[in-house]
Design a protein around this ligand. Structure first.
Ligand code: ADP
Ligand code: MG
Length: 229
């Protein structure tokens, strides 16, 4: 299994008390598996991704990424694991406004120490894979919402991650564009053997995933609950 969370507990301070965002959550995602997490707002879905992304250290439990236990790792080790093994796609594309499509990807490669020549070849391949050939020199404001989200996805794959974490990638898009993004994520997951976890509100797209998990009040269960939104 590429991504394994075991018995993860995460609490946030909440006035005099604590709020339990993740209540003994376990999850295992294999290479090439596309898993979707659904559930009501505030149920802990984004917290789950933040823990899997090594952005937040849980109070208890373990997070193992490509065989490496990162749950108690220090800041530098976590940053390295994130850079080398994890692709992250959040709701907002968060592209750098002044950079072209190609440069958004090359920045990632530069941070990871890839040679410019290798990076340039990979960036162009990825842009073709997300159907953005010909848009290499556009800046974010010259792209549609769906195109920006595709740049975001290509950027997340730039350093060849084994794990892809995606938080509500279609919330800023209309239904048709949203479906195209999910279908692209499914294809990339299979072609690159990624372990992908996607949080989504879009129940119509669940036919395209391998596994559906439901988050409810900090607990994760397999299958789609009937009442999810
Ligand atoms: P979802 O993504 O399913 O909407 P979240 O993981 O964002 O849920 O939030 C789970 C719970 O944790 C909610 O009650 C939310 O208010 C709370 N929460 C999320 N982030 C923080 C934070 N940084 N500090 C305090 N509470 C938080
Ligand atoms: Mg959320």
């Amino acid at each position: 299994m590429t991504l394994v969370l075991t018995d993860v507990v995460l609490t946030y301070p909440d006035g005099d008390h604590t709020l339990t965002a993740l209540d003994h959550v376990s999850l295992a995602v294999a290479a090439g598996e596309f898993a979707a997490v659904v559930g009501p707002s505030g149920s802990g879905k984004s917290s789950l991704l933040a823990v899997a992304a090594t952005l937040i250290t849980p109070d208890a439990g373990t997070v193992v990424i490509t065989g490496q236990d990162v749950s108690r790792a220090g800041r530098t080790a976590r940053t390295n694991v994130r850079r080398d093994h994890i692709g992250i796609v959040f709701q907002q594309a968060n592209l750098l406004p002044s950079l072209t499509t190609l440069d958004q990807l090359l920045v990632m490669a530069h941070l990871a120490g890839q040679s410019p020549r290798t990076a340039s070849v990979r960036a162009r391949e990825l842009l073709l894979a997300v159907d953005l050939g010909g848009k290499e020199h556009k800046r974010p404001h010259q792209l549609s919402g769906g195109e920006r989200q595709r740049v975001n996805i290509a950027r997340a794959l730039m350093n060849g991650p084994e794990v892809l974490l995606v938080d509500e990638p279609t919330s800023a898009l209309d239904h048709h564009r949203g479906e195209q993004i999910i279908s692209l994520l499914a294809e990339l997951t299979r072609n690159n053997g990624l372990a992908t976890v996607m949080v989504t509100h879009d129940l119509a797209t669940l036919a395209m995933v391998d596994t559906v998990l439901t988050m409810s009040d900090g607990s994760l269960t397999e299958g789609a609950a009937t009442q999810v939104v």
